[in-house]
Design a protein around this ligand. Structure first.
Ligand code: HEM
Ligand code: MTE
Length: 467
């Protein structure tokens, strides 16, 4: 038997298009799957996410590949093996504060490496109602702390007439365990559409700065009650501090009104589990806050300290960021004290399939996406147009039915539509309506703001129809 051809990882990574050939690896084996891409039962775009690299992280998400017939099929495309001696060059220096960050899933579309900010690609985002942990969007402002669960303590600072607590993980496990499905969305989701209107400051998030998980933990109201807090000061705030910090010792922080924190119906959690697993490091191991219906920025990760204060958190991210302004406000005129911090988010929806610029088959087209609203407001309808907003059809809502006033999680939606005969292109639009009959604004310009937050205009994709 001939010895196999040997390739380096770098060579494999340069084969990601039909022109160069599309290569993938499994273990040490290298495959040229160029001819198979169009035949993939899961669709070409999903296979392409793994082009030039290992299949394992993707197949770990989709166990359907764990079958002998799939392995046999792949074996036909084998062209060689990786050099087993090859050392992976370390690109991170030890003096780099981010050197200890965790390893991430290769499907994530990275907006910034340090700090790490990344979103799942649209073709995976709505594949599952519950977002798998490895592709849940990640929004970090600082290096990821590496905390020891055995020595971890959560400090709950008492106010007048209450006591301070220092809680270990075991102490937290003793509170009644509360589990809920909650969608988390960053205020900057879909910012890239705003920056197309006029430049904004911030990461260029597309439609993926949103994800959904089952979170489990202690209710914040139960922990505050044990510390002797009562809902008396109506103007009070609960401040959270993360254990992630920059070289000057500045930590991430945020706050929510005490009234929300103390309301058992608001279901604010000190979460230690995400989809049945301990929190992954990127998502706040060992404990994070989950504030259902509220902007992602208040869901403080790596939680170190909780305190009840008369004022909002003095954190930069509470007072000097995550606020909305009129389109006429610029960096010379902005007065951050004049606007409230974003808490509950407005109604939102986006199309994940097809994607902008794609070519779809004539006849029938399947349109898919997500819809969600803040404050526990349920999405009651998603309208879809194929003709730029002249006519509309209601999409089918899928996923978990939501409770009134506690609709913490998104609905996925889908519409099977007929492509009008002779049509060469489609201007697809979606817009959602929540149970307060709030709707999304039709265009971006009137809601443009210098920080590019709250980007919730009708989502539009333009596609070509194959003739
Ligand atoms: C389904 C092969 C890469 C996502 C399948 C099936 C095969 C296959 C044979 C059908 C299995 C069955 O139903 O028994 C392959 C091969 C790949 C590859 C040979 C690489 C060369 C990927 C990647 C992803 C993916 C990278 C995800 C990012 C899926 C999904 C399905 C599927 C979601 C299920 C489709 C459905 O249920 O309709 N794949 N796959 N595949 N694959 Fe892959
Ligand atoms: N908590 C800490 N300690 N540090 C952070 O950088 N980012 C916040 C919030 N909590 C952040 C944090 C922001 S802006 C968002 S949108 C969410 O975490 C993102 O949570 P995720 O990374 O689990 O998706």
């Amino acid at each position: 038997q001939e010895s196999p051809r040997i390739y380096t990882k770098e060579e494999v990574s340069s084969h990601t298009s039909p022109e160069t050939g599309i290569w993938v690896t499994l273990g040490y084996e290298v495959f040229d799957v160029t001819e198979f891409v169009g035949l993939h039962p899961g669709g070409p775009s999903k296979l392409m996410l793994a082009a030039g690299g290992p299949l394992e992280p993707f197949w770990a998400l989709y166990a359907v590949h764990n079958q002998s017939h799939v392995r046999e099929l792949l074996a036909q495309y084998k062209i060689g093996e990786l050099n087993p001696e090859e050392k992976v060059p370390s690109t991170l220096e030890t003096s780099d504060p981010y050197a200890d960050d965790p390893i991430r899933h290769p499907a994530l579309k990275v907006n910034s490496q340090r700090p790490f900010n990344a979103e799942p690609p649209p073709e995976l985002l709505t594949e599952n109602y519950i977002t798998p942990n490895p592709i849940f969007f990640t929004r970090n402002h600082l290096p990821v702390p590496n905390l020891d669960p055995d020595t971890y303590r959560l400090h709950v600072v008492g106010g007048p007439g209450s006591k301070s607590l220092s809680l270990s993980l075991d102490d937290l496990y003793k509170f009644p365990k509360h589990e809920i499905t909650v969608t988390l969305q960053c205020a900057g989701n879909r910012r890239s559409e705003m920056s197309q209107v006029k430049e904004v400051k911030g990461l260029e998030w597309r439609t993926g700065a949103i994800s959904t998980a089952r979170w489990a933990g202690a209710r914040l109201c139960d922990v505050l009650a044990q510390a002797g807090h009562k809902l008396c000061e109506t103007e009070a705030h609960v401040c959270f501090e993360g254990l992630d910090s920059d070289p000057t010792g500045t930590t991430y922080g945020a706050s929510i009104p005490l009234a929300r924190a103390m309301d058992p119906e608001a279901e604010v959690l000190l979460a230690y589990e995400m989809n049945g697993q301990p929190l992954p490091r990127d998502h706040g191991f060992p404990v994070r806050v989950v504030v259902p219906g509220v902007v992602g920025a208040r869901h403080v990760k790596w939680l170190g300290r909780v305190s009840v204060e008369t004022e909002e958190s003095y954190s930069h991210w509470q007072r000097r960021d995550y606020k909305g302004f009129s389109p006429s406000v610029d960096w010379d005129t902005v007065d951050f004290d004049s606007a409230p911090s974003i808490q509950e988010l407005p109604v939102q929806s986006a199309i994940t399939e097809p994607q902008d610029g794609e070519t779809v088959e004539s006849g029938e087209v399947t349109i898919k996406g997500y819809a969600w609203s803040g404050g526990g407001r349920a999405v009651i309808r998603v309208d879809v147009s194929l003709d730029g907003g002249l006519t509309w059809q209601a999409a089918e809502l899928n996923g978990e039915e939501q409770r009134p006033r506690k609709a913490w999680a998104w609905r996925l939606w889908q519409l099977q539509a007929t492509v009008p005969a002779g049509q060469k292109e489609l201007n697809i639009i979606c817009k959602a309506v929540d149970d307060s009959y709030n709707v999304q604004p039709d265009t971006v310009a009137p809601i443009w703001n210098l920080r590019g937050v709250l980007s919730t205009a009708w989502h539009r994709v333009h596609v070509h129809v194959a003739s």
